[in-house]
Design a protein around this ligand. Structure first.
Ligand SMILES: Cc1cc2nc3c(=O)[nH]c(=O)nc-3n(C[C@H](O)[C@H](O)[C@H](O)COP(=O)(O)O)c2cc1C
Ligand SMILES: O=C(O)C(=O)c1ccccc1
Length: 406
């Protein structure tokens, strides 16, 4: 689509082009209404993939809280603010400059949503100048995802094998480093997948299926392969079902690590370490004490634990308690541009986009992901512009821009 290519990485140009090409009846791949993406994508998915993406823990209370928290905050516009143009959404995180304040959240098994899976997402993220976070549960090898991401910024998300598998962890970290992943994101809330009624009803766990779609990283790992062959006298390809079960038990070992174990990651990772899944002030303080570079305030989109607080409410508390001691990122519940603005105003340096880009993937592969990212950013920029907020810098976008009503 010509007009899409012409505005790569530039949401405002995208908007102008959409109106221009509209005169010739050329339209983008699907709607700009972010509220409609989920329903449109639902119509295209098989029951298993649908249950998987929409799945939440238990009754879905945490997930609902994630969304309703945004509605308690509203943005107050300033008038007659002289501006030089559209607001700047450039951000600086972990000492690196970024064109935007969003990243693509790590999401596993992307090939259950579209054949191009991780390749499409890695390419779209690079085109839109958004950091790409590759999941340990990916359906594509880390080498292929890195190639697709080209000179984009990429981070590696670790599902952390138990200590008895430290040699495998080392191998994963080495591969990530060799393939240009500059930061390590360690997910702490998912040492076991949550109690998810939608997947339980479908009897569906993507790892255990014959095509073993979530095991690409493990099945291409030289250390895991060698261990497997030594134990079974067969290659992984000769014994896929057993290999799938074993790899799953390596990356989801059931039991959590301890704060002391972080030292091992520090010794084996040359670069920033970010802890994903922090929800409390004491844990945020422990992360600071452990010398961690950043935290992602996240509850995994409400997929892991039911009956929990909204991630946004946790952000407010954590930001107040530790402010500048550590870099704070955020996810869980971001669905539109004003949500991004609110999370940034409440102290996040960067927010991760989760399910919405998967809806884009379902609806249009790489182009669909680009459309979603660009729409969210365009919506963010116009919201800031019309609220008289000239940039996302702390001096201009902060709690003074918001009102709270419980
Ligand atoms: C289908 C799906 C798969 C996910 N896989 C991973 C994963 O492999 N690693 C991880 O750290 N988080 C994973 N997440 C959580 C996201 O990174 C992110 O925290 C969450 O999607 C944010 O919530 P939201 O999508 O409701 O905004 C997954 C989320 C979904 C919806
Ligand atoms: O479903 C998830 O939330 C998740 O984190 C995950 C874990 C393993 C494979 C795919 C997704």
């Amino acid at each position: 689509m010509e007009f899409l290519d012409k505005s790569m990485g530039d949401p405002i140009q995208y908007m102008s082009n959409v109106y221009g090409y509209g005169l010739k009846n050329e339209r983008p791949p699907f709607t700009f209404k972010s509220d409609d993406w989920e329903d449109l994508a639902k119509e295209r998915m098989c029951a298993n993939s649908l249950g998987y993406i929409c799945g939440n823990a238990g009754t879905g209370e945490t997930s609902r809280n994630n969304r309703s928290a945004f509605q308690k905050w509203s943005i107050t516009p300033n008038r007659l603010v002289k501006t030089e143009g559209y607001p700047s959404i450039k951000s600086k995180v972990l000492g690196q400059d970024f064109a935007t304040p969003i990243a693509v959240a790590p999401i596993g098994v992307q090939r259950i949503f579209h054949n191009d899976g991780e390749i499409a997402v890695a390419k779209a993220a690079a085109c839109e100048k958004v950091p790409y976070i590759y999941s340990t549960a990916a359906a594509t090898s880390i080498e292929d995802a890195a190639t697709a991401n080209g000179d984009g910024t990429r981070w590696y998300q670790l599902y952390w094998p138990s200590n008895e598998h430290n040699e495998i962890t080392k191998s994963l970290l080495k591969r990530a480093q060799e393939n240009g992943f500059s930061a390590l994101v360690v997910t702490l809330d998912t040492y076991k997948l949550g109690w998810r009624p939608s997947d339980l009803d479908n009897g569906y766990n993507p790892f255990l299926h014959a095509d073993t779609i979530g095991n690409a990283l493990g099945f291409t790992d030289p250390v895991f392969r060698k261990k497997f062959e030594a134990k079974h006298g067969k290659t992984i390809e000769e014994n896929m079902e057993v290999a799938a079960r074993e790899w799953t038990s390596v990356i989801f070992p059931e039991f959590s690590h301890s704060w002391e174990d972080l030292q091992f990651l520090r010794e084996n990772w040359n670069g920033p370490i970010i802890l994903k899944g922090i929800q409390s002030v004491p844990d945020a303080k422990k992360a600071v004490k452990a010398g961690i570079d950043g935290i992602i305030v996240s509850n995994h989109g409400g997929r892991q634990q039911d009956g929990g607080t909204s991630s946004l409410d946790c952000l407010v508390k954590i930001q107040k308690a530790i402010s500048s001691d550590i870099e704070i990122l955020f996810d869980s519940g971001i669905r539109c541009g004003s949500d991004i603005a609110k999370a940034l105003a409440l102290g996040a340096k960067m927010v991760l986009i989760g399910r919405p880009y998967i809806y884009g993937l379902v609806l249009g592969g790489q182009v669909g992901v680009s459309h979603v990212l660009r729409s969210l950013l365009g919506d963010l920029i116009m919201n800031l512009h019309l609220a008289g907020i000239p940039s996302i810098g702390k001096e201009e976008l902060n709690t003074d821009c918001l009102q709270y009503e419980s």
